[in-house]
Design a protein around this ligand. Structure first.
Ligand code: PRP
Ligand code: HPA
Length: 176
């Protein structure tokens, strides 16, 4: 299927305005919890690039920024083993770490990143996700800050891809 065919067979789940309001609320909640802590903020590439780019300018407190590159879905719609591409060499010992990810789906990616950050000496681990997918099975990890909740459908836009495409859409769509 071409990108246009995929798009024409999808449903709008959250408009750009609804996503924008979620960024503002998340920034307020994160500031209340971490605003005094000089945290290390890590973007999970590639999917969280849009989320991080929109959220960071709304955080008006000092922070360090770096990124993790881990992928488990590659360009598929079903996850597999985690492929670690980059893990930051920024000092984590004694730091509060905040992970930014686009979606918490089955939770394996976030759980593995959490463990690696704690192993690297982070004193506290927080996570913010733009989306949490509602599944009828338990997850190995929870997110501290959640933008929006989506049903159990494959979603894309706002950084999330479908077959490698459409990360650039400003709203969130789901495959029909
Ligand atoms: O909760 P899980 O089931 O582990 O899935 C969530 C992860 O999957 C996606 O990454 P993906 O592997 O698609 O890589 P990408 O960010 O490069 O698209 C997403 O960005 C999360 O990191
Ligand atoms: O529903 C999804 N969409 C895009 N990327 C994802 N990674 C995990 N779940 C998803």
């Amino acid at each position: 299927m071409t990108g246009d065919e995929i798009f024409s067979r999808s449903d709008l789940v959250f408009s750009a305005e609804e996503v924008g309001a979620a960024y503002v609320r998340l920034a307020r909640e994160i500031t209340e919890t971490l605003g005094e802590g000089n945290p290390l903020v890590l973007c999970v590439m590639k999917g969280a690039v849009v989320f991080a780019g929109q959220l960071l300018p709304l955080l008006r407190f000092p922070l360090d920024f770096d990124y993790v590159h881990a992928t488990r879905y590659r360009n598929e719609t079903v996850g597999g083993e985690i492929d670690w591409r980059v893990f930051p060499d920024t000092q984590m010992a004694g730091r509060q770490v905040l992970i930014l990810d686009d979606i918490l789906d089955e939770g394996h990616t976030l759980a593995a990143i959490r463990q690696r950050c704690l192993d690297a000496g982070a004193t506290a681990f927080y996570s913010a996700v733009l989306l949490e997918k509602l599944l009828d099975k338990p997850k190995p990890v929870h997110a501290d800050f959640i933008g929006l909740q989506v049903p159990d459908r494959y979603v894309f836009g706002c950084g999330m891809d479908v077959n490698g495409l459409w990360r650039n859409l400003p709203a969130i769509y789901a495959l029909r």
